[in-house]
Design a protein around this ligand. Structure first.
Ligand code: GUN
Length: 297
């Protein structure tokens, strides 16, 4: 194997340690700790696991976690009323509504009800607009985590690098493209209708794969030495009968022979997402209390 393996698990652990120090410093000035409210509606098993992990790590860095578990038949009116209470609560710096919501709820309307300055998921259109306009805001967690890992692998200066983002979702593809552009990369957003995707990817110094198709990106597509960031989390059959395992959007074994650096799945981008949620919560708290922002990276 030729590529450096980018260890997202270790990076996320060191980021959480720095956030914990930031929480201590915040508390010394603001006389309280940052608070994160997490709202879970219904019984989706994966969402329950994610929310449990978010609560645990929030407490581990010294913040306070406000958990709201609501039944699957919660009405839109009741959910928006809860968000209004959290918006008005001075102890709450960040609000996260776990997605997907049950089908009868309108996700866009629910996310739009969150105060943009407490939108630690960075999903509110105001934060998407701030990002596109180069204004300070809250940046969605997975794209922020991708950028931290890219800087870790390639250094602070990404100017002039060709970056190809595969996928155009609101959650990952579009915001990561904006962040790469802000870092002076030449950015291409590729998607399901892109002509000759392998040739497009072959030009990239940085590849961010966020399509949701297991092992789609092949070794032959990769420019030797490129930095490859794999956002995919796909379940595929495991070698053992009847079992499944996690696979990214990148054919890791093949691509690692060509790339200069690569994130594994699991243990790459995944652990960064919750660490960046905590980063955003600290940042939101610092801004709300006019405490100087200490950049954790
Ligand atoms: N569901 C899966 N990923 C996410 C995320 O990053 N934020 C929220 N709110 N829900 C999710």
């Amino acid at each position: 194997m030729k590529a450096e393996i980018i260890d997202g698990k270790a990076y996320a652990a060191s980021l959480r340690a720095r956030i914990a120090q930031g929480v201590t410093a915040f508390q010394a000035t603001a006389a309280r700790v940052p608070g994160l409210a997490v709202v879970l509606v219904g019984e989706d098993p994966a969402s329950k696991v994610y929310v449990g992990a978010k609560e645990k790590q929030t407490i581990e860095v010294g913040m306070v976690s406000f958990a709201h578990r609501l039944p699957a038949d919660t009405t839109q009116t009741d959910l928006i009323a809860l968000i209004a209470r959290l918006n008005a609560d001075p102890k709450v710096d960040g609000i996260l509504v776990q997605l997907p919501l049950p089908k009868h709820l309108n996700e866009l309307a629910v996310v739009s009800a969150i105060d943009p300055d407490k939108d630690v998921d960075g999903l509110h259109v105001v934060n998407a607009g701030r990002l596109a306009s180069g204004l300070p805001g809250l940046v969605s967690c997975t794209p922020l985590g991708c950028m931290m890992l890219i800087h870790d692998a390639l250094g602070a200066d990404l100017s002039g690098k060709n970056a190809v983002v595969i996928g155009r979702s609101i959650l990952v593809g579009k915001p990561v493209a904006q962040l790469l552009l802000a870092a002076n990369c030449t950015v291409t957003i590729a998607h399901s209708r892109t002509a000759d995707l392998p040739a497009v990817v072959k030009r990239a110094d940085i590849v961010v794969a966020a399509v949701g198709r297991a092992q789609m990106v092949k070794a032959e597509w990769i420019k030797p030495g490129a930095c490859v960031i794999d956002v995919g989390i796909n379940r595929v059959p495991a070698p053992e009968e009847g079992k499944t395992k996690l696979a990214g959007d990148v054919d890791f074994e093949g691509v690692a022979e060509v790339a200069g650096s690569i994130t594994p799945v699991p243990g790459g981008v995944g652990p960064m997402t919750i660490a960046c949620l905590l980063h955003n919560t600290l940042q939101a708290a610092q801004r709300r209390e006019s405490v100087p922002e200490v950049k954790p990276i």
